[in-house]
Design a protein around this ligand. Structure first.
Ligand code: PLP
Length: 430
């Protein structure tokens, strides 16, 4: 494939945008080549400015569960646009979207909308601290919860790709209250609670981690977190910005029996528009301004155009819950195919699937935490990624990211992608 126009566009962008991108993962730093500049999307396909077509398994990093340019979502957005872009005043569409979320998430009575996942998590943490009157929070190495200061500690994907454990510009004073434990290792959590003498406001976790590759939490581990949080009066927050409406219609909570105290959402609930949300019981949410003392606000929060996109998307999902079975089958077929293509040339690969989310590592042992995830063959991944891109298969440009199936992904596309994987594996091991 030719990438001439993208290469030129990247050079031009580089002059006026740091690294040529507005979010680091887009820069292809961990893999070979230049990021294609996108012209348009269509269903499960992506088209770049050189006219190349790709099967898109990134889907804007998760939000586009119906693929690009879904007719229903497009119509609802166009209608909302005609009524006005923003009012800074309440609209009924916010209530409608909130009702949908509340109806599907057992642990949520009330929800507040914001404009990104980062904002959702940042606000949820503030609320958890406000409710408990405690400062310390506990997170897991390799989990990403957005780029706010106190959460930018050992935060997986984008940072893992760059080998930066945390970031300059974040004062130690702001991260000293962020305790770190190991994913799927309850003893490490127990130790944190002991060391902090129980003084922990909340434990925040991606119950299905998607930012160190796809690494789901074990059920017994989540149960252990629930028990520890209850014993010490800490709140359990499930960050489902990625897994919400991706893993199942009710996110991780459709798969696990463990109920969190608070949930953060984003990505799919905006269907490609900037939306985030955090929710909890009415009792916890009552601490939030203007009902309670914990301040949180946003000029564009609950933006009517974004709400319209999210509402249409969630209604479509709710009306057809069997979609998740189809997503899971397609995702499994894809990663099984990748695994066989690798095995055919004696390259080990481990894979996992949760609903429309899929992950694969060039590794020969199960991946349970961030250290395991880091033990993958990143050079092999970089070559695989480049080979697949050249054959029209657009995968996330880092081995620490999750892949996504959308409603427009067909079996034929999956077969084509598997065929490409065989070609690529043969080529890079020849
Ligand atoms: C993407 C993501 C975020 C951050 O959301 P943004 O909209 O990128 O700010 C937070 N938590 C998780 C689990 C995510 O996957």
């Amino acid at each position: 494939m030719a990438y001439d126009k993208s290469i030129e566009a990247f050079e031009t962008a580089y002059k006026v945008i740091p690294g040529g991108v507005d979010s680091p993962v887009r820069a292809f730093s961990g893999v070979e080549g230049t990021p294609p500049f996108i012209e348009k999307g269509e269903g499960a396909y992506l088209f770049d400015i050189d006219g190349n077509r790709y099967i898109d398994y990134v889907q804007s990093w998760g939000p586009l569960i119906f693929g690009h340019c879904d007719a229903d979502i497009e119509t609802s957005v166009m209608e909302a646009v005609k009524r006005g872009l923003s009012f800074g005043a309440p609209t009924t569409v916010e209530t409608e979207l909130a009702e949908e979320i509340v109806s599907m998430f057992e642990s949520i009575d009330k929800v507040r909308f914001v404009s990104s996942g980062t904002e959702a998590v940042m606000s949820a943490i503030r609320l958890a601290r406000g409710v408990t009157g405690r400062d310390n929070i506990l997170k897991f190495t390799g989990c990403y919860h957005g780029h706010s200061d106190s959460l930018l500690v050992q935060a997986g994907s984008g940072l893992a790709t760059f080998g930066t454990p945390s970031s300059p510009g974040v004062p130690d004073d702001l991260t000293k209250h962020t305790l770190l434990a190991t994913y799927n290792d309850i003893a490490s959590v127990e130790k944190c609670f002991e060391d902090a003498k129980g003084d922990i406001a909340c434990v925040i976790i991606e119950p299905i981690a998607g930012n160190m590759g796809l690494v789901p939490a074990d059920e017994v581990f989540l149960e252990g977190l629930r028990t520890l949080c209850d014993a010490h009066g800490a709140l359990l927050i499930f960050d489902e910005v990625m897994s919400g409406f991706r893993a199942s219609l009710t996110g991780a909570q459709g798969i696990s029996q463990v109920k969190p105290d608070m949930v953060t959402l984003g990505k799919v609930i905006g269907a490609g528009m900037p939306v985030g949300a955090f929710g909890a019981s009415a009792e916890i949410m009552a601490y939030l301004s203007p009902e309670g003392p914990v301040y949180q606000a946003g000029t564009l929060s609950g933006n009517p155009v974004a709400m319209a996109a999210g509402l249409t998307s969630l209604k479509k999902l709710k009306a057809n819950p069997s979609m998740y079975v189809a997503f899971g089958m397609k995702a499994k077929k894809l990663v099984d195919g990748f695994q066989k293509a690798a095995a055919a040339v004696n390259v080990p690969m481990v894979t996992d699937v949760r609903g429309s989310m899929f992950g694969f590592f060039f590794s020969d042992k199960p991946v349970k935490n961030f250290a395991d995830a880091c033990d993958n063959d990143t050079e092999m991944f970089a070559k695989f990624h480049k080979g697949m891109l050249d054959r029209g298969v657009y995968l996330a440009c880092s081995s620490y990211e999750t892949g996504f199936i959308c409603a427009a992904t067909t079996d034929e596309m999956i077969e084509e992608s598997i065929k490409a994987a065989y070609d690529v594996m043969r080529e890079i091991t020849a």
